[in-house]
Each structure stands twice: as structure tokens, then as C-alpha cells.
Design a protein around this ligand. Structure first.
Ligand SMILES: Cc1cc2nc3c(=O)[nH]c(=O)nc-3n(C[C@H](O)[C@H](O)[C@H](O)COP(=O)(O)OP(=O)(O)OC[C@H]3O[C@@H](n4cnc5c(N)ncnc54)[C@H](O)[C@@H]3O)c2cc1C
Length: 342
């Protein structure tokens, strides 16, 4: 008897005939299901059985261990449904390997984005080529200053490296950058670093959530995904305190005109006076819009408190832990304190 199988990443239901496998039926239906040997030996089509029952034809222990089987994993090329099922192939979380570089750069452009955020664009003079994945960061040393972590805001293909630096109250380096840095100054940089980078093979909806200068890595992720042809819904949530903290909006609105899959939400947490914008904590705006985040990828960047609240909400709404990629902007002092505590 044929059974219906819902394939999560494709969000499609296929009908698998008696004696047929999930993989062969999915491929015939034009779904880009990952696969390799098609004989149960390589494990490339390893999938999570989310609901229903399957019978597995013979396969090798190398492709699927007994432990994995008891955890609900199956091989799509060997799986014959015995009831209606739901499956999701495993995302092989592409581990990015970019060589760590020490770059000598020069400040090429400076732009005041808000009263306390300065955009710095650096031209690489030596030490390249510099490759990175959208969402990563670097340790940047401005003239006479100790190095601090700042996230690349540009797309990896672009020549100038872009950083958004918010002047933090009592902050040494961020104040220097906002008040004293000049075009032509020399800057050294070590990178790339960080794991909260854009996962290119994920086909589900993307929630890109930024607080303040957390927009930097989020901008890189959103622009890169769209430039590389991502077609899934991309929801940008940009949270700031009040109107004067909003920046970069025109660029995202223009991008949304060209890419109908991009939705831009700006949320003010401490609006002064009447406003047409959404107000309240950023994670609550997300909760209002999404009853479930099952199958979504989330990229979160900005103040640790905001990132933490958004990550907890995401888990509560059904996002898988491995689909939450967070970059809390801890200061050097907080990192030392956390290290000591840990
Ligand atoms: C992965 C990552 C990416 C980041 N990306 C960005 C980015 O793209 N843009 C951005 O603006 N920021 C980013 N940050 C934050 C950035 O690295 C800096 O922490 C920030 O700019 C502040 O640096 P500072 O030198 O100005 O502040 P610091 O001088 O380090 O001070 C930071 C805070 O700690 C307090 N402080 C300092 N010393 C002490 C002490 N001994 N005891 C108690 N309090 C103290 C200060 O008053 C201040 O409030 C990122 C951080 C991380 C970890």
C-alpha cells in the first residue's frame, strides 16, 4: 500500500509506492535530497524519521550505526515506509575552513551611521587573500589600541572590509573608533573567526535577528544569501532603543523591493513619543509573528541580553538547538569574567 511522506526541508509530500524507497521517490519527484551510493553504504542520505515507521533494507554499520538507528535516524535510500511518515535529511553543518590571516589594512572610508555607531571600511594592503563566511568576525587592532572583536558587515566577495562599531559607555576602543579614527590610519586584523556563519545548504526560512551594531554580521548574512540566490523567506528583525538608533534601513528596504522573499522589521524597545513603528522587546515581536520556529534557521547578533532572550524564545518555539547560531557581543571584560567563572 502506498504511503505519504512529508520531506521537511522541501516542504513537500511524496507518495511512496509499495516496495519503493523514500530516496528514489523523492529524487523522481525532483527533490534535491542529498544522496551518495544509493545502496546503504555511504550514509549521505542519512535522515531523521520525525513520524511514522519505515522498514530498512540491508545497510552497512558504517553508514548507520545501531545507536543512530535507536535515536531515530534512517537511510532514505533503504527506507520503505510502513505508514505515513515525516522525514528530514541531516544537515551536514558545513564546517568552514578559511585560513587565519594577519592583515595590514588602511582606513578607506568612515561614515557616521547613528549618534553612536560608526561604519569603518578597510582596504587590505598586505596579508591577504582574506576569505571568510558571512557572519564571521575578526580581532581588529586600531592605532595604539588593544585588539577587539568586530564582525564583518560586507559580503565576502566585496573588496573593502566593513565594520560597524558602536561607542560603548566607558568603552576604550569603541570610543577611539567613534571619535579619533581617521581615513588613512593603519589597522591590523586577525581573522576570520566564529561559528555563527550563514549555512548555505539550509533551505528553510531564515530569521536574522540583530540588536544595534549586531546588524553588522546580520547584514553580511542577509546580503550574501540573497546575492547567492537564496529563495526561502528571510525575515530580518532589527531592534534598537529609539528612532535615532535606526540605521541601514533604506538599504534593506531597497533590497526587499528586489527580493520579495525578504521581510524587514524594525522594532523600537524604548520609543520616545508616538511612532508608527513596532515597539517592545525584539524577541516579543518575533513571538507575535511566529507561532512555531520548527524548521527555521536563526542568526542572532548583538547585546548578550537580547541574543540570550531570542535564543531562549527560539527553543521554546521549536527551533532545533543546532539551528540557532548566535553571536553575543560580549566585551573583553565580560569575556574575561565568563572565562574566570567557567
Ligand atoms: C564575537 C564578537 C563580535 C563583536 N562584534 C561587534 C561589532 O560588530 N560591533 C560592535 O560594536 N561590537 C562588537 N563586539 C563588541 C566589541 O568586541 C567590544 O567589546 C566593544 O566595542 C567594546 O569595546 P571597548 O574597548 O570600547 O570597551 P571596553 O573598554 O572593553 O569596555 C567594555 C565595557 O566594560 C566596562 N569595563 C571595562 N573594564 C572593566 C572592569 N575592569 N570592570 C568592570 N567593567 C569594566 C566598560 O565600562 C564598558 O562598559 C563584538 C564582540 C564579540 C565577542
Amino acid at each position: 500500500m502506498p504511503h505519504k511522506v512529508h520531506v521537511r526541508q522541501a516542504d513537500r509530500v511524496i507518495v511512496v509506492a509499495d516496495g519503493a524507497t523514500i530516496l528514489e521517490t523523492a529524487l523522481e519527484a525532483g527533490i534535491e535530497y542529498p544522496f551518495g551510493c544509493q545502496s546503504g553504504n555511504c550514509g549521505a542520505c542519512k535522515s531523521r524519521l520525525l513520524a511514522g515507521e519505515v522498514e530498512l533494507q540491508e545497510y552497512s554499520e558504517f553508514a548507520l550505526s545501531d545507536e543512530e538507528r535507536t535515536q531515530g535516524l534512517v537511510l532514505a535510500c533503504r527506507a520503505m515506509p510502513q505508514s505515513d511518515c515525516k522525514v528530514a535529511w541531516l544537515e551536514l553543518d558545513e564546517t568552514v575552513q578559511h585560513p587565519l590571516r594577519q592583515l595590514a589594512c588602511r582606513v578607506a572610508e568612515l561614515q557616521q551611521a547613528t549618534h553612536d555607531i560608526r561604519i569603518v571600511r578597510l582596504a587590505i594592503e598586505a596579508g591577504g587573500p582574506y576569505t571568510f563566511s558571512a557572519g564571521q568576525y575578526a580581532a581588529v587592532a586600531f592605532p595604539g589600541q588593544p585588539p577587539r572583536d568586530y564582525s564583518m558587515a560586507n559580503r565576502p566577495e566585496e573588496a573593502l572590509l566593513e565594520f560597524h562599531v558602536r561607542a560603548m559607555q566607558g568603552g576604550k576602543v569603541s570610543h577611539f573608533v567613534n571619535r579619533e579614527l581617521k581615513v588613512g590610519d593603519r589597522v591590523t586584523l586577525e581573522g576570520p573567526m566564529g561559528l555563527a556563519y550563514w549555512r548555505e545548504t539550509h533551505g528553510g526560512p531564515i530569521l536574522a535577528v540583530a540588536g544595534g551594531s549586531g546588524l553588522a554580521p546580520i547584514k553580511s548574512i542577509v546580503e550574501t544569501a540573497l546575492a547567492r540566490g537564496a529563495l526561502q523567506p528571510i525575515h530580518l528583525y532589527f531592534g534598537v532603543r529609539e528612532e535615532r538608533d535606526v540605521y541601514g534601513e533604506a538599504g534593506f528596504r531597497a533590497l526587499a523591493e528586489r527580493h520579495r522573499n525578504l521581510r524587514v522589521n524594525v522594532v523600537l524597545s524604548e520609543a520616545k513619543g508616538p511612532t508608527k513603528r513596532r515597539t517592545g522587546p525584539l524577541h516579543e515581536a518575533v513571538a507575535q509573528d511566529f507561532p512555531t520556529l520548527d524548521g527555521c534557521k536563526l542568526y542572532l547578533a548583538g547585546p548578550p541580553v537580547m541574543v540570550d532572550a531570542a535564543a531562549k524564545l527560539a527553543e521554546r518555539l521549536g527551533a532545533r538547538k543546532e539551528d540557532i547560531h548566535a553571536d553575543p557581543f560580549y566585551s573583553a571584560h565580560e569575556l574575561v569574567a565568563k572565562g574566570a567563572a567557567g
